[in-house]
Design a protein around this ligand. Structure first.
Ligand SMILES: Cc1cc2nc3c(=O)[nH]c(=O)nc-3n(C[C@H](O)[C@H](O)[C@H](O)COP(=O)(O)OP(=O)(O)OC[C@H]3O[C@@H](n4cnc5c(N)ncnc54)[C@H](O)[C@@H]3O)c2cc1C
Length: 493
């Protein structure tokens, strides 16, 4: 039987998940502009991924910069590898608040049972199942235990951190195989679809009736019955925006690139008063690093199993009855990421951080393409309520750190004076991107994910989210991509 052909643009998080489902009934080809290079073993170990971002001219990632209102430039990293952002992300898994999922499910005609089915198909907890994304609860040490104990003494109960709808604290989920980080590439165990690497799609082709009929890449043109755009927020928006510039373009002005969002990420850094049995040890000593590395590769549990982000808490800081903030222990410090005016949070001393994420920020920005130039600006903290929440969070973290038992580990809270006297300045000088871009195409598609006015061209990736359902976005993208593919199979299969 002649199978219908589907072209997927982008072999990233969404693209691979969609290809995995659609290969049941379609001849699927995935075009990925990056190559799957011999990705070093080292980077597949959870924490070691951080080394990638510090290398200048890395062949595995490329860097875009966001301009902040105060003149600071902060990096946003994209992947140069098959698997997209999921290969080099921090691997923290959060499935999201059901109350936030419901409007998204409704918008696309899904039921909660669809969400649960996709979850069941793609994720397994604490066991390795072929072709699933394996997740584990992060291993906890005494910094985590003190953090959780302090939270509990403030009335925040221990709960399931993957789906809590109320204030809770607990260990978080990481993507991990027995020895390595894993990503959506684990679904490649059953791969039948074709991947064409190192080939960038430059144009989507349409027939005379306005139906998508294939793509033009930097090398050739390819025919298909359907085209699915999964090139990520920046990739999908920029491809459509560029194509729209052509006066005869099929693609109309459909709010493309408008209302993108990102989680701002802020850290409260702490110098500890004693050496920590934590990821700092991996940082501090070559021999310890070797020792832990050997243990890790032998499959003996080590701190390297975690991403360094280990336990967290959901909080309702403005007391309006809805969870708004997540604080999370980070047992490592990234050079260059902290400190005002580019100074570095000193990692040679034992240290840890509390990372703050406003879960549902209201600030919105854009992706634009003018005079051959791509501009991406999430317009961080352009809404006053986002700043207010971060200030409440800083205050909360300082109070928390000053309470036992976590206080027992604290020698000094870095930049405490600035945080207390001028939190606005602290926020502007130290905030970073949470690397969770969403939106840009959410107003441009139908409830079937079809680009409005363009038959046969579908969009599904982080760009179709009109809101955050969780404090992290990877799992949300994976689950929506699978639900989309299931719907596509029913309608077109
Ligand atoms: C550094 C980093 C850390 C993160 N940490 C976490 C985390 O800990 N937890 C979490 O939940 N989320 C995390 N995220 C976010 C999450 O990984 C992403 O939001 C999600 O994977 C986005 O999926 P996507 O399919 O929309 O895009 P991507 O995975 O980026 O896929 C898009 C793909 O399309 C390709 N492409 C683009 N244009 C073209 C073209 N014209 N032709 C062919 N191919 C093209 C790109 O090369 C890319 O491979 C992180 C992201 C980053 C970057």
């Amino acid at each position: 039987m002649n199978q219908k052909k589907v072209i997927i643009i982008g072999g990233g998080t969404a693209g691979i998940v969609i290809a995995n489902r659609l290969q049941e009934k379609f001849a699927v080809t995935v075009f990925e502009k990056s190559e799957y290079k011999a990705y070093p073993l080292l980077y597949r170990v959870p924490l070691m991924i951080g080394i990638l971002f510090r290398r200048k001219n890395s062949e595995y990632v490329h860097k875009t910069e966001f301009d902040l209102a105060n003149g600071r430039k902060i990096p946003f990293y994209q992947s140069n590898l098959l698997g997209g952002a999921s290969v080099m992300n921090g691997a923290v898994h959060v499935f999201g608040f059901l109350s936030k999922w419901i409007p998204i499910l409704k918008r696309f005609g899904f039921e909660v049972s669809d969400l649960n089915e996709s979850h069941e198909l793609l994720y397994s907890e604490n066991k390795v199942v072929k072709s699933k994304i394996t997740i584990k609860k992060a291993p906890l040490n005494y910094i985590d235990n003190s953090f959780l104990e302090t939270l509990k003494s403030r009335g925040i109960p221990l709960d399931n951190m993957s789906v809590s709808e109320k204030e809770a604290c607990g260990p978080i989920f990481n993507t991990v195989r027995t020895f390595f980080r894993t990503s959506v590439l684990s679904v490649l165990g059953k791969k039948k679809f074709k991947t064409i690497l190192n080939e960038k799609v430059e144009r989507i082709l349409f027939d005379e009736n306005g139906n998508a009929k294939g793509v033009k890449t930097n090398r050739s043109t390819y025919d298909s019955d359907f085209v699915i755009l999964s090139a990520g927020v920046i990739g999908s928006c920029s491809l459509l925006l560029q194509q729209q510039l052509d006066p005869n373009s099929q693609i109309k002005d459909l709010h493309i690139g408008k209302e993108i969002q990102d989680h701002t990420n802020l850290r409260v850094n702490v110098f500890a008063n004693h050496p920590l049995n934590s990821l700092n040890e991996v940082y501090a000593s070559f021999w310890k690093k070797m020792f832990l590395g050997i243990k890790h590769f032998l499959g003996i549990p080590t701190v390297m199993r975690g991403t360094g982000a280990t336990s967290a808490a959901y909080l309702d800081l403005d007391r309006d009855g809805e969870i708004d903030t997540r604080i999370q222990i980070l047992q490592f410090s990234e050079s260059g990421r902290h400190g005002s005016k580019g100074s570095v949070f000193n990692t040679s001393e034992p240290s840890f951080s509390i990372s703050i994420n406003a879960i549902h920020p209201l600030s919105k920005g854009y992706v634009s393409f003018n005079n051959g130039e791509l501009k991406v600006d999430p317009k961080f903290l352009s809404t006053e309520s986002d700043v207010t929440l971060l200030k409440l969070a800083i205050k909360y973290c300082i109070e928390l750190l000053k309470s036992p038992p976590i206080w027992d580990h604290v020698k000094e809270i870095d930049q405490l004076d600035l945080m207390e006297k001028d939190p606005d300045k602290y926020i502007q000088e130290t905030m970073y991107s949470g690397h969770h871009l969403i939106g840009g195409l959410h107003n441009s598609i139908t409830s079937d994910f079809e680009l409005k006015d363009c038959k046969g061209l579908y969009v599904c990736d982080a760009s179709v989210f009109d809101r955050f359902v969780a404090s992290n976005i990877h799992s949300s993208v994976v689950l929506l991509a699978d639900m989309f593919a299931k719907k596509f199979l029913i309608k077109q299969g």
